[in-house]
Design a protein. Structure first.
Length: 431
Protein backbone atom coordinates (compact mmCIF):
# COMPACT_ATOMS: atom_id res chain seq x y z
CA UNK A 1 0.00 0.00 0.00
CA UNK A 2 1.58 3.28 -1.11
CA UNK A 3 1.19 5.90 1.59
CA UNK A 4 0.37 8.87 -0.64
CA UNK A 5 -0.55 8.79 -4.34
CA UNK A 6 -2.31 11.01 -6.85
CA UNK A 7 -5.61 9.52 -7.94
CA UNK A 8 -8.51 11.19 -9.76
CA UNK A 9 -6.62 14.47 -9.91
CA UNK A 10 -5.83 14.74 -6.21
CA UNK A 11 -3.37 13.43 -3.64
CA UNK A 12 -4.74 10.64 -1.49
CA UNK A 13 -3.64 9.14 1.81
CA UNK A 14 -3.95 5.45 0.94
CA UNK A 15 -7.50 5.62 -0.48
CA UNK A 16 -8.72 8.76 1.26
CA UNK A 17 -8.57 12.09 -0.63
CA UNK A 18 -6.61 14.67 1.34
CA UNK A 19 -9.07 17.34 0.22
CA UNK A 20 -11.77 15.49 2.12
CA UNK A 21 -9.63 15.34 5.26
CA UNK A 22 -8.90 19.07 5.02
CA UNK A 23 -12.61 19.71 4.66
CA UNK A 24 -13.41 17.65 7.75
CA UNK A 25 -10.72 18.76 10.23
CA UNK A 26 -9.30 21.95 8.74
CA UNK A 27 -5.65 22.82 8.19
CA UNK A 28 -2.92 22.55 9.22
CA UNK A 29 -3.20 18.90 10.14
CA UNK A 30 -1.01 15.80 10.19
CA UNK A 31 -2.13 12.78 8.19
CA UNK A 32 -0.68 9.32 8.81
CA UNK A 33 -0.98 6.32 6.50
CA UNK A 34 -1.50 3.62 9.11
CA UNK A 35 -1.59 0.79 6.57
CA UNK A 36 1.72 1.93 5.07
CA UNK A 37 3.30 2.10 8.54
CA UNK A 38 2.36 -1.50 9.20
CA UNK A 39 3.54 -2.57 5.74
CA UNK A 40 6.92 -0.92 6.41
CA UNK A 41 7.18 -2.72 9.74
CA UNK A 42 6.50 -6.07 8.08
CA UNK A 43 9.05 -5.38 5.33
CA UNK A 44 11.71 -4.38 7.86
CA UNK A 45 11.03 -7.43 10.02
CA UNK A 46 11.36 -9.66 7.01
CA UNK A 47 14.59 -7.96 5.85
CA UNK A 48 16.13 -8.31 9.32
CA UNK A 49 15.05 -11.95 9.32
CA UNK A 50 17.79 -12.55 6.74
CA UNK A 51 20.37 -12.12 9.52
CA UNK A 52 19.12 -15.44 10.85
CA UNK A 53 18.91 -14.49 14.54
CA UNK A 54 15.95 -13.97 16.87
CA UNK A 55 15.06 -10.30 16.52
CA UNK A 56 12.95 -7.80 18.45
CA UNK A 57 12.06 -4.53 16.77
CA UNK A 58 11.59 -1.95 19.50
CA UNK A 59 9.86 1.00 17.82
CA UNK A 60 11.51 4.26 18.97
CA UNK A 61 8.48 6.01 20.40
CA UNK A 62 10.11 9.46 20.22
CA UNK A 63 9.67 9.51 16.43
CA UNK A 64 5.89 9.56 16.73
CA UNK A 65 4.45 8.87 20.17
CA UNK A 66 0.76 8.76 19.23
CA UNK A 67 -0.78 5.75 20.95
CA UNK A 68 -2.51 4.69 17.72
CA UNK A 69 0.86 4.62 15.92
CA UNK A 70 2.50 2.56 18.68
CA UNK A 71 -0.49 0.24 18.80
CA UNK A 72 -0.30 -0.44 15.06
CA UNK A 73 3.21 -1.80 15.57
CA UNK A 74 2.43 -3.57 18.84
CA UNK A 75 -0.30 -5.46 17.00
CA UNK A 76 2.43 -6.86 14.73
CA UNK A 77 4.62 -7.94 17.62
CA UNK A 78 6.81 -4.86 18.04
CA UNK A 79 8.43 -3.78 21.26
CA UNK A 80 9.23 -0.18 22.16
CA UNK A 81 12.30 1.94 22.79
CA UNK A 82 11.42 4.65 25.32
CA UNK A 83 13.37 7.52 26.87
CA UNK A 84 11.04 8.80 29.57
CA UNK A 85 8.26 7.73 31.90
CA UNK A 86 5.81 9.43 29.54
CA UNK A 87 6.95 7.31 26.60
CA UNK A 88 6.94 4.18 28.76
CA UNK A 89 3.36 4.89 29.81
CA UNK A 90 2.36 5.48 26.21
CA UNK A 91 3.92 2.19 25.10
CA UNK A 92 2.05 0.35 27.87
CA UNK A 93 -1.19 2.15 27.01
CA UNK A 94 -0.74 1.00 23.40
CA UNK A 95 -0.44 -2.61 24.53
CA UNK A 96 3.32 -3.18 24.18
CA UNK A 97 4.30 -6.01 26.55
CA UNK A 98 6.77 -4.71 29.19
CA UNK A 99 9.20 -7.51 28.37
CA UNK A 100 9.66 -5.93 24.93
CA UNK A 101 10.46 -2.44 26.19
CA UNK A 102 13.97 -0.96 26.40
CA UNK A 103 14.62 2.27 28.29
CA UNK A 104 17.41 4.52 26.95
CA UNK A 105 18.59 8.03 27.74
CA UNK A 106 21.44 9.76 29.55
CA UNK A 107 19.25 11.34 32.22
CA UNK A 108 16.88 8.78 33.73
CA UNK A 109 15.55 9.96 37.07
CA UNK A 110 15.20 7.72 40.14
CA UNK A 111 11.42 7.95 39.84
CA UNK A 112 11.57 6.81 36.21
CA UNK A 113 13.87 3.93 37.13
CA UNK A 114 11.52 2.83 39.90
CA UNK A 115 8.49 2.96 37.62
CA UNK A 116 10.26 0.98 34.90
CA UNK A 117 11.48 -1.60 37.44
CA UNK A 118 7.97 -2.08 38.82
CA UNK A 119 6.71 -2.41 35.25
CA UNK A 120 9.21 -5.16 34.51
CA UNK A 121 10.80 -3.89 31.30
CA UNK A 122 13.29 -5.86 29.18
CA UNK A 123 16.30 -3.68 29.95
CA UNK A 124 17.77 -0.34 30.89
CA UNK A 125 20.30 0.90 28.36
CA UNK A 126 22.74 2.47 30.79
CA UNK A 127 24.81 5.40 29.61
CA UNK A 128 27.16 6.17 32.52
CA UNK A 129 28.83 4.76 35.59
CA UNK A 130 26.90 7.14 37.85
CA UNK A 131 23.64 5.98 36.35
CA UNK A 132 24.55 2.36 37.09
CA UNK A 133 25.18 3.22 40.73
CA UNK A 134 21.85 5.01 41.07
CA UNK A 135 19.98 2.21 39.29
CA UNK A 136 21.58 -0.33 41.62
CA UNK A 137 20.43 1.66 44.64
CA UNK A 138 16.87 2.06 43.34
CA UNK A 139 16.64 -1.65 42.49
CA UNK A 140 17.97 -2.53 45.96
CA UNK A 141 15.32 -0.39 47.65
CA UNK A 142 12.62 -2.13 45.62
CA UNK A 143 14.07 -5.60 46.19
CA UNK A 144 14.48 -6.09 42.45
CA UNK A 145 17.22 -6.92 40.00
CA UNK A 146 17.59 -4.42 37.16
CA UNK A 147 18.35 -5.88 33.72
CA UNK A 148 21.05 -3.73 32.14
CA UNK A 149 22.64 -3.25 28.74
CA UNK A 150 25.69 -1.05 28.56
CA UNK A 151 25.36 1.54 25.81
CA UNK A 152 28.76 1.89 24.26
CA UNK A 153 30.04 5.02 22.56
CA UNK A 154 32.03 3.42 19.73
CA UNK A 155 33.60 6.71 18.56
CA UNK A 156 32.31 6.37 15.00
CA UNK A 157 31.34 9.20 12.66
CA UNK A 158 27.79 8.46 11.52
CA UNK A 159 28.06 10.96 8.62
CA UNK A 160 24.74 12.60 9.41
CA UNK A 161 23.65 16.06 10.63
CA UNK A 162 25.76 17.10 13.64
CA UNK A 163 22.68 17.66 15.82
CA UNK A 164 21.58 14.05 15.40
CA UNK A 165 24.95 12.23 15.46
CA UNK A 166 25.46 10.40 18.75
CA UNK A 167 28.33 7.94 18.36
CA UNK A 168 31.45 10.17 18.43
CA UNK A 169 33.62 10.46 21.51
CA UNK A 170 32.56 14.09 21.86
CA UNK A 171 28.84 13.25 22.13
CA UNK A 172 27.13 12.91 25.49
CA UNK A 173 25.83 9.44 24.69
CA UNK A 174 27.01 6.03 25.84
CA UNK A 175 29.98 4.88 27.86
CA UNK A 176 33.34 5.40 26.16
CA UNK A 177 34.64 2.11 24.92
CA UNK A 178 37.92 2.54 26.85
CA UNK A 179 35.94 2.86 30.12
CA UNK A 180 34.40 -0.59 29.62
CA UNK A 181 36.87 -2.54 31.76
CA UNK A 182 36.27 -0.20 34.70
CA UNK A 183 32.51 -0.36 34.12
CA UNK A 184 32.51 -4.15 34.10
CA UNK A 185 34.62 -4.22 37.27
CA UNK A 186 32.07 -1.96 38.94
CA UNK A 187 29.20 -4.16 37.75
CA UNK A 188 30.64 -7.09 39.69
CA UNK A 189 30.01 -5.09 42.88
CA UNK A 190 26.55 -3.80 42.00
CA UNK A 191 24.53 -6.77 43.17
CA UNK A 192 21.13 -5.45 42.15
CA UNK A 193 22.09 -5.19 38.48
CA UNK A 194 22.28 -8.01 35.95
CA UNK A 195 24.28 -7.42 32.79
CA UNK A 196 22.11 -8.68 29.94
CA UNK A 197 23.45 -6.93 26.89
CA UNK A 198 25.47 -4.35 25.06
CA UNK A 199 23.96 -1.54 22.99
CA UNK A 200 25.01 1.03 20.39
CA UNK A 201 23.18 3.80 18.61
CA UNK A 202 25.36 6.12 16.58
CA UNK A 203 22.87 8.62 15.21
CA UNK A 204 19.76 9.27 13.23
CA UNK A 205 18.96 9.54 9.50
CA UNK A 206 21.99 7.46 8.53
CA UNK A 207 22.17 6.89 4.80
CA UNK A 208 25.48 5.01 4.69
CA UNK A 209 25.99 1.43 5.87
CA UNK A 210 29.73 1.85 6.57
CA UNK A 211 29.45 3.73 9.91
CA UNK A 212 27.02 1.06 11.09
CA UNK A 213 29.48 -1.63 10.09
CA UNK A 214 32.29 0.10 11.99
CA UNK A 215 30.15 0.50 15.12
CA UNK A 216 28.78 -3.04 15.02
CA UNK A 217 32.28 -4.44 14.50
CA UNK A 218 33.45 -2.65 17.66
CA UNK A 219 30.42 -3.90 19.53
CA UNK A 220 31.09 -7.46 18.38
CA UNK A 221 34.71 -7.23 19.48
CA UNK A 222 33.64 -5.92 22.88
CA UNK A 223 30.98 -8.64 23.19
CA UNK A 224 33.65 -11.28 22.62
CA UNK A 225 35.80 -9.76 25.35
CA UNK A 226 32.88 -9.58 27.76
CA UNK A 227 31.89 -13.19 27.07
CA UNK A 228 35.51 -14.26 27.51
CA UNK A 229 35.46 -12.50 30.89
CA UNK A 230 32.81 -14.96 32.03
CA UNK A 231 29.76 -12.75 31.58
CA UNK A 232 26.62 -14.07 30.02
CA UNK A 233 24.90 -11.85 27.43
CA UNK A 234 21.28 -12.29 26.43
CA UNK A 235 21.16 -9.90 23.50
CA UNK A 236 22.78 -7.11 21.55
CA UNK A 237 20.91 -3.87 20.89
CA UNK A 238 21.99 -2.31 17.59
CA UNK A 239 19.96 0.90 17.98
CA UNK A 240 18.06 2.70 15.25
CA UNK A 241 18.87 5.55 12.91
CA UNK A 242 18.02 3.95 9.58
CA UNK A 243 17.68 6.83 7.11
CA UNK A 244 14.67 7.35 4.85
CA UNK A 245 14.37 9.16 1.52
CA UNK A 246 13.35 12.80 1.95
CA UNK A 247 13.21 13.24 -1.78
CA UNK A 248 15.29 12.32 -4.78
CA UNK A 249 19.05 11.84 -4.35
CA UNK A 250 20.78 15.25 -4.53
CA UNK A 251 24.26 16.67 -4.35
CA UNK A 252 25.81 13.23 -4.71
CA UNK A 253 24.11 12.21 -1.47
CA UNK A 254 22.26 8.89 -1.31
CA UNK A 255 18.55 9.27 -0.85
CA UNK A 256 18.18 6.61 1.84
CA UNK A 257 19.96 3.85 3.70
CA UNK A 258 20.44 0.81 1.45
CA UNK A 259 18.71 -1.73 3.69
CA UNK A 260 20.35 -4.76 2.12
CA UNK A 261 23.81 -3.29 2.82
CA UNK A 262 22.72 -2.58 6.40
CA UNK A 263 21.50 -6.14 6.90
CA UNK A 264 24.70 -7.49 5.38
CA UNK A 265 26.73 -5.33 7.79
CA UNK A 266 24.76 -6.71 10.74
CA UNK A 267 25.34 -10.24 9.57
CA UNK A 268 29.07 -9.79 8.93
CA UNK A 269 29.77 -8.16 12.30
CA UNK A 270 27.54 -9.68 14.97
CA UNK A 271 25.99 -12.58 13.06
CA UNK A 272 28.43 -15.23 14.26
CA UNK A 273 27.93 -14.34 17.93
CA UNK A 274 24.51 -15.95 17.71
CA UNK A 275 22.95 -13.57 20.23
CA UNK A 276 19.34 -12.40 19.82
CA UNK A 277 19.20 -8.86 18.42
CA UNK A 278 17.23 -5.75 19.36
CA UNK A 279 16.72 -2.86 16.91
CA UNK A 280 15.35 0.59 17.71
CA UNK A 281 14.06 2.13 14.47
CA UNK A 282 11.86 5.18 14.74
CA UNK A 283 11.93 7.36 11.63
CA UNK A 284 12.27 4.37 9.29
CA UNK A 285 8.87 3.02 10.35
CA UNK A 286 6.86 6.25 10.31
CA UNK A 287 8.70 9.05 8.51
CA UNK A 288 7.47 8.57 4.97
CA UNK A 289 3.99 7.54 6.14
CA UNK A 290 3.05 10.99 7.41
CA UNK A 291 2.48 14.39 5.87
CA UNK A 292 1.59 17.85 7.05
CA UNK A 293 -1.41 19.19 5.20
CA UNK A 294 -1.60 22.97 4.90
CA UNK A 295 -3.42 25.63 2.92
CA UNK A 296 -1.92 28.51 0.99
CA UNK A 297 -2.99 31.77 2.61
CA UNK A 298 -1.19 34.25 0.38
CA UNK A 299 1.22 34.40 -2.50
CA UNK A 300 3.37 37.47 -2.23
CA UNK A 301 5.75 38.75 -4.87
CA UNK A 302 8.64 40.47 -3.12
CA UNK A 303 11.33 42.49 -4.86
CA UNK A 304 13.58 39.48 -5.35
CA UNK A 305 11.50 36.54 -4.25
CA UNK A 306 8.10 35.01 -4.44
CA UNK A 307 6.70 33.80 -1.09
CA UNK A 308 4.06 31.13 -0.64
CA UNK A 309 2.62 31.75 2.82
CA UNK A 310 1.00 28.70 4.41
CA UNK A 311 -1.26 28.29 7.42
CA UNK A 312 1.30 25.79 8.82
CA UNK A 313 4.38 27.11 10.56
CA UNK A 314 7.62 26.22 12.32
CA UNK A 315 5.65 25.49 15.48
CA UNK A 316 3.95 22.61 13.62
CA UNK A 317 7.13 21.32 11.95
CA UNK A 318 10.48 22.50 13.30
CA UNK A 319 12.82 20.27 11.26
CA UNK A 320 13.56 22.72 8.41
CA UNK A 321 14.30 25.50 10.91
CA UNK A 322 16.29 23.36 13.33
CA UNK A 323 18.28 21.12 10.98
CA UNK A 324 17.88 22.82 7.60
CA UNK A 325 16.00 19.64 6.77
CA UNK A 326 14.74 19.24 3.21
CA UNK A 327 11.11 18.09 2.93
CA UNK A 328 9.40 17.55 -0.37
CA UNK A 329 6.43 19.88 -0.87
CA UNK A 330 3.66 19.08 -3.34
CA UNK A 331 0.28 20.51 -4.24
CA UNK A 332 -2.69 18.33 -3.35
CA UNK A 333 -4.35 19.06 -6.70
CA UNK A 334 -2.36 17.02 -9.21
CA UNK A 335 -0.29 19.41 -11.32
CA UNK A 336 -0.90 19.30 -15.05
CA UNK A 337 1.83 17.32 -16.80
CA UNK A 338 4.56 19.72 -17.93
CA UNK A 339 3.29 22.55 -15.72
CA UNK A 340 5.91 25.30 -15.55
CA UNK A 341 7.77 25.35 -12.24
CA UNK A 342 8.70 28.55 -10.45
CA UNK A 343 11.11 29.08 -7.55
CA UNK A 344 9.36 30.14 -4.34
CA UNK A 345 10.12 30.38 -0.64
CA UNK A 346 7.53 28.38 1.26
CA UNK A 347 7.00 30.03 4.63
CA UNK A 348 4.68 30.07 7.64
CA UNK A 349 2.91 32.95 9.37
CA UNK A 350 5.16 33.12 12.45
CA UNK A 351 7.05 36.32 13.19
CA UNK A 352 10.54 34.96 12.57
CA UNK A 353 12.59 34.68 9.42
CA UNK A 354 13.42 31.11 10.45
CA UNK A 355 9.79 30.18 9.91
CA UNK A 356 10.49 28.74 6.51
CA UNK A 357 9.88 25.29 5.04
CA UNK A 358 11.84 25.66 1.80
CA UNK A 359 14.11 28.18 0.07
CA UNK A 360 13.89 28.70 -3.69
CA UNK A 361 11.83 25.57 -4.16
CA UNK A 362 10.57 24.81 -7.65
CA UNK A 363 6.81 24.39 -7.45
CA UNK A 364 4.00 24.44 -9.96
CA UNK A 365 1.99 27.67 -9.68
CA UNK A 366 -0.16 27.78 -6.53
CA UNK A 367 -2.84 30.24 -5.44
CA UNK A 368 -4.47 31.22 -2.15
CA UNK A 369 -6.83 28.48 -0.99
CA UNK A 370 -4.79 25.66 -2.56
CA UNK A 371 -3.89 22.69 -0.40
CA UNK A 372 -0.21 21.80 -0.02
CA UNK A 373 1.38 18.70 1.48
CA UNK A 374 4.76 18.69 3.24
CA UNK A 375 5.96 15.12 2.90
CA UNK A 376 7.94 12.75 5.11
CA UNK A 377 6.73 14.33 8.32
CA UNK A 378 5.46 11.20 10.07
CA UNK A 379 8.62 11.18 12.22
CA UNK A 380 9.73 14.06 14.45
CA UNK A 381 6.84 16.20 13.17
CA UNK A 382 3.87 16.54 15.52
CA UNK A 383 5.94 15.37 18.46
CA UNK A 384 8.42 18.25 18.16
CA UNK A 385 5.69 20.84 17.71
CA UNK A 386 4.93 23.68 20.08
CA UNK A 387 2.23 26.30 20.50
CA UNK A 388 4.55 29.25 19.78
CA UNK A 389 2.64 32.37 18.74
CA UNK A 390 -0.29 30.81 20.64
CA UNK A 391 -1.10 28.67 17.67
CA UNK A 392 -3.27 25.61 18.30
CA UNK A 393 -1.68 22.16 18.04
CA UNK A 394 -2.43 20.63 14.65
CA UNK A 395 -4.92 17.76 14.71
CA UNK A 396 -3.80 14.30 13.63
CA UNK A 397 -5.66 11.95 11.30
CA UNK A 398 -4.90 8.31 10.59
CA UNK A 399 -6.10 6.42 7.55
CA UNK A 400 -5.97 2.75 6.68
CA UNK A 401 -7.13 1.79 3.22
CA UNK A 402 -10.37 3.70 2.73
CA UNK A 403 -10.96 4.35 6.44
CA UNK A 404 -9.96 7.48 8.25
CA UNK A 405 -10.14 8.62 11.87
CA UNK A 406 -9.31 11.80 13.73
CA UNK A 407 -6.81 10.47 16.28
CA UNK A 408 -6.12 13.84 17.88
CA UNK A 409 -8.58 16.71 17.70
CA UNK A 410 -7.63 20.36 17.49
CA UNK A 411 -8.19 21.86 20.95
CA UNK A 412 -10.02 25.17 21.19
CA UNK A 413 -8.53 28.41 22.36
CA UNK A 414 -10.57 28.43 25.57
CA UNK A 415 -9.04 25.08 26.58
CA UNK A 416 -5.54 26.35 25.84
CA UNK A 417 -6.03 29.56 27.82
CA UNK A 418 -7.60 27.63 30.70
CA UNK A 419 -4.24 25.91 31.27
CA UNK A 420 -2.88 29.25 32.49
CA UNK A 421 -3.56 29.98 36.17
CA UNK A 422 -3.39 33.42 37.73
CA UNK A 423 -1.51 33.79 41.01
CA UNK A 424 -3.73 35.05 43.82
CA UNK A 425 -2.16 38.51 43.81
CA UNK A 426 -3.23 39.13 40.21
CA UNK A 427 -6.57 37.43 40.41
CA UNK A 428 -8.80 40.01 42.04
CA UNK A 429 -7.86 43.44 40.97
CA UNK A 430 -6.44 42.64 37.59
CA UNK A 431 -4.11 45.61 38.12
N1 LIG B 1 17.58 4.79 19.76
C1 LIG B 1 18.17 5.82 20.38
C2 LIG B 1 18.99 5.57 21.56
C3 LIG B 1 17.96 7.13 19.91
O1 LIG B 1 18.56 8.16 20.52
C4 LIG B 1 17.17 7.35 18.76
C5 LIG B 1 16.94 8.70 18.23
C6 LIG B 1 16.56 6.24 18.16
C7 LIG B 1 16.80 4.97 18.67
C8 LIG B 1 15.68 6.37 16.96
O2 LIG B 1 16.34 6.93 15.89
P1 LIG B 1 15.68 6.90 14.43
O3 LIG B 1 15.55 5.47 14.03
O4 LIG B 1 14.35 7.55 14.49
O5 LIG B 1 16.65 7.64 13.59
N2 LIG B 1 14.66 15.03 15.97
C9 LIG B 1 15.65 14.53 15.02
C10 LIG B 1 16.00 13.07 15.29
C11 LIG B 1 16.50 12.81 16.70
C12 LIG B 1 16.81 11.36 16.97
C13 LIG B 1 17.14 11.13 18.41
N3 LIG B 1 17.41 9.77 18.77
C14 LIG B 1 15.13 14.75 13.61
O6 LIG B 1 14.06 15.32 13.44
O7 LIG B 1 15.82 14.40 12.65
Amino acid sequence: EAAFVYRDGGLQAEQVPLARIAEAVGTPCYVYAGGAMQATYRALASALGAVGLPTTICYAVKANPHVAVIRGFAALGAGADVVSEGELRRALAAGVPPERIVFAGVGKTEAEMAFALETGILQFNAESIDELKVLDAVAGRLGRTAPVALRVNPDVDARTHAKIATGKAGNKFGIDIDQMPATLALLRDLKNLRLDGLAVHIGSQLVHAEPYEAAFARLAELAREVLAGGWRLRHLDLGGGMGIPYGPARDGRSAALPLDAYVAAVKRTVGSLGLPLVFEPGRYLVGNAGLLLARVLYVKQGRSKRFVILDAAMNDLIRPTLYDAWHEIVPVAEPAPGAALEPVDVVGPICESGDIFAHDRLLPPVAPGDLIAILSTGAYGATMSSTYNSRLPAPEVMVRGGDSAVIKARPDHAAMIAQDRLPAWLEESGR
